[in-house]
Write a protein that binds this ligand. Structure first.
Ligand code: ADP
Ligand code: MG
Length: 273
């Protein structure tokens, strides 16, 4: 199995990265995929939102695994990986990960420590999703170096001009210098309020600005308090509000994500030219 590794990145906080990671991940599991979610944020929001309210109390987290890579210690099969009732696995994170980010600065092969960890587990999964921290620091660079795909959630509430430019520059730099396989899946509009035209304006602007270069997903994620509630419940939107708009949004996003990989496979095999 060659796992698809998808980094969910945007250095702006509060744009829906963590929510997308959890719900796309569980969406993929519902579609029969074997999914590992990796919490790449020292805040541990993904870990918390999947039912572990106190990440600090967990015996093993991502910083321990990255520490083992750095010190050449063996990693046992499934070491530290948690299971969620809705069918995904989770490598959790806690605040220790911010210390790890500091250690990385002076480490050898500092950009590929996360990749080296994922190399030890990826044969067990079809999809690995990495929830990035809200910065373009070493942890995000590690996620981009480990991934073959990146998905960029953007909150449809303001014009995301400058921040996006920086992220795209970082992505191209990682692609040039470390990971030529990295491809941008697209920009995902999140928290879309259907009562206003703002989302339409933002998505038109994004399409105009990035044109043929970057896809804007056909699926938008609607704004809903039901989505906000999921984190405290430790459940996905599929379990919390199965008939709702946000569940429908994440289900459609899941289909789009699967379609992208199918198309790329076809291209690789030489069809569709
Ligand atoms: P990030 O990881 O980019 O910081 P989060 O996924 O944590 O963003 O989302 C930021 C906040 O917005 C959280 O409180 C989350 O519950 C809320 N949120 C996420 N998606 C939605 C949505 N579709 N509708 C309403 N609130 C949302
Ligand atoms: Mg987050």
């Amino acid at each position: 199995m060659n796992a698809q590794i998808i980094a969910i990145a945007n250095q702006k906080g509060g744009v829906g990265k963590t929510t997308t990671c959890a719900n796309l991940g569980i969406g993929l599991a519902r579609a029969g995929k074997k999914v590992l979610l990796v919490d790449g944020d020292p805040q541990g929001s993904l870990t918390i939102s999947l039912g572990n309210p106190q990440p600090d109390k967990l015996p093993v987290t991502l910083s321990d695994m990255m520490g083992k890579v750095l010190t050449d210690q063996p990693i046992a099969p499934h070491e530290g990986i948690l299971h969620h009732a809705e069918g995904v696995d989770l490598m959790p994170a806690d605040i220790q990960l911010s210390g790890m980010e500091v250690s990385l600065v002076n480490a050898m092969s500092r950009e590929t420590v996360l990749k080296q960890y994922l190399d030890t587990v990826k044969r067990d999964y079809t999809h690995i999703l990495i929830d990035c921290q809200p910065s373009l620091g070493m942890l995000t660079v590690n996620a981009l170096a480990a991934a073959n795909r990146v998905l960029i959630p953007v909150q449809a509430e303001y014009l995301p001009a400058k921040g996006l430019e920086q992220l795209l520059q970082t992505i191209s730099k990682v692609r040039r210098q470390i990971n030529p396989k990295l491809q941008i899946d697209g920009i995902l509009l999140t928290m879309v309020d259907s009562r206003t035209n703002f989302a339409k304006e933002v998505s038109a602007l994004l399409r105009e600005t990035y044109g043929g270069k970057i896809k804007v997903f056909g699926t938008d994620i609607p704004h809903s308090v039901r989505a906000k509630e999921t984190s405290a419940e430790g459940k996905s939107i599929f379990a919390h509000d199965p008939g709702g708009k946000v569940a429908e949004g994440y289900e459609n996003l899941t289909k789009e994500v699967l379609k992208i990989e199918k198309q790329r496979e076809k291209c690789k095999a030489g069809f569709g030219r």
